[in-house]
Design a protein around this ligand. Structure first.
Ligand SMILES: *Cc1c(COP(=O)(O)O)cnc(C)c1O
Length: 469
């Protein structure tokens, strides 16, 4: 299996090179040359597999440059850190299936992908005798999942900048209580944008980037998407256990990564009826699907902050397919977006889009109302991101089909919104309670690029050995 760029500027490369490349060197995103197909017989044979066993079956079809036993080990280590034997269990409540993706260490679905990515990185780096220095900015969720994905891993240092006092207290503790020698938390006196700007400046200094082997962990790494394909298959197998029927997925969407994984599952032949793309007030993707209107507006802050995004980075992967794998069309579309702030689509294209997706935007009031009513009716507490998806499913998907709603975070992670919706604080799991008493390590700095750069250089030089915990 080889990987190509949506912008058409690289020769096809094998899986391991695609993982290490992250963003394609021509500025595009990497995709497999074709999608391996899953047959009815495969699905029947997979019914009794554990999550890691199923993950191996799905992932190995995209990977032909890692020996099977090694890949199995990587997958097993990645999902052994989850606190539920099923890894991504399903619960049936009030006519919808909740696919709980929050049983990883940071209680949000990004762990599913980042635990796998951390282990893949470590494996490839060891094999190539290389080192990787990950530098990133976070407003909360991605940074903590990335830190937990690479903590204690050989050959990797990670530097995560966050705005001091501007993440939730739980998010900050999930980062700063990781005291492994290869993990460097940097709290910046400033905003998330200050953090982001400094990280971009470091990456734009190509000499610096090359010299210090800088890498990123953002949502565009193909290995992340791939790891997420697995739970669509897993959920489909669970909800059709007592007989096959139409299955649809409702996906609370920010960067289009999670829902693109569902699209990949469908392209592989998994019988998915509808892929429902759910957004909050930041609804560019809903406007696109429902009205053909892909035009940029400003980002607004909501109670589901991990979906407060305008330019969904993984959307480019879908565009490549919508444009029949023509990279020239992708390049033209992004040039149009840069110049005019919008992309226009033909009637035929929009027809295809609506065959593949449906969409709803759920505002803050309906999100909070859904958390409250769902709890009253079922006793089950939704986090605000999950609530967006549940509400969209209730509004758009007929109850006769199996409606699977992806639960992307544990409610305790967004306790304030939950309390606003229900009038009572969300019960806090022991893992979060324990954070308060743990030692922390964090460097506090001004939003000063040279200070950050000096810190990174000093700690890369010191980072020859890492400890495992
Ligand atoms: C990242 C995130 C999302 C959005 O996922 P995308 O892959 O960016 O679409 C939704 N909910 C939570 C809790 C997240 O952390």
């Amino acid at each position: 299996m080889r990987y190509i760029s949506t912008r058409g500027g690289i020769q096809p490369i094998p899986f391991k090179d695609a993982v290490m490349m992250g963003l394609a060197t021509d500025g595009g995103l990497l995709l497999p040359e074709s999608y391996p197909q899953v047959s009815r017989d495969d699905l029947a044979a997979w019914r009794n597999l554990s999550y890691p066993q199923l993950a191996f079956q799905v992932i190995s079809r995209f990977v032909d440059d890692i020996p099977a036993e090694d890949l199995r080990g990587i997958i097993e280590r990645s999902y052994a850190t989850f606190d539920h034997p099923e890894v991504t269990p399903l619960v049936h409540k009030d006519g919808v299936w909740i696919l709980e993706l929050f049983h990883g260490v940071t209680l949000a679905f990004k762990d599913v992908a980042l635990q796998f990515l951390g282990n893949i990185f470590e494996y490839i780096l060891a094999e190539r005798n290389e080192r990787l220095n990950i530098v990133g900015a976070t407003s909360g969720d991605t940074g903590s999942a990335a830190i937990h994905g690479v903590r204690g891993k050989k050959g990797i240092n990670i530097f995560i900048l966050h705005p001091q006092g501007k993440t939730s207290p739980v998010q900050a503790l999930q980062m700063t209580t990781v005291t492994d020698a290869n993990v460097h938390n940097i709290a910046i006196h400033g905003t998330f944008d200050d953090c982001q700007d400094m990280v971009k400046a470091l990456f734009n200094d190509l000499e610096f980037k090359e010299k210090y082997s800088l890498g990123a962990v953002n949502s565009i790494n193909w290995a992340r998407v791939l790891a997420q394909v697995v739970y669509y298959v897993y959920a489909w197998l669970r909800v059709t256990e007592k007989g096959e029927r139409p299955v649809s997925f409702s996906v609370p969407t920010g960067n289009f990564g999670d829902i693109f994984a569902g699209y990949v599952a469908k392209r592989m032949g998994l019988p998915i009826d509808k892929l429902l793309l759910a957004t909050n007030e930041n609804n560019i993707l809903t406007r696109f699907i429902n009205d053909g209107d892909y035009s940029l507006t400003r980002v607004v802050s909501t109670v589901s902050p991990s979906m407060d995004i305008q330019v969904a980075s993984n959307f480019e992967r879908y565009l490549f397919h919508l444009y029949h794998e023509d990279p020239a069309r992708v390049r033209a579309a992004f040039a149009e977006l840069r110049e005019k702030g919008r992309i226009n689509f033909s009637a035929a294209e929009m027809e295809q889009v609506r065959q593949e997706f449906c969409s709803a935007s759920v505002d803050q009031a309906r999100t909070l109302e859904t958390i409250g009513s769902f709890q009253q009716e079922t006793g089950y507490l939704l986090d605000p991101h999950t609530a967006v998806g549940v509400r969209a499913a209730q509004e758009l998907l007929p109850p006769a089909m199996a409606r699977v709603c992806l639960a992307t975070a544990h409610p305790a992670k967004f306790g304030e919104a939950v309390e606003q919706a229900t009038g009572a604080p969300a019960p806090v799991p022991p893992a979060i309670v324990a954070l308060a008493g743990m030692p922390t390590r964090c460097e506090v700095m001004d939003a000063d690029l040279e200070q950050v750069r000096a810190f990174v250089v000093a700690n890369i030089a010191l980072g020859g050995s890492t400890i495992n915990s």
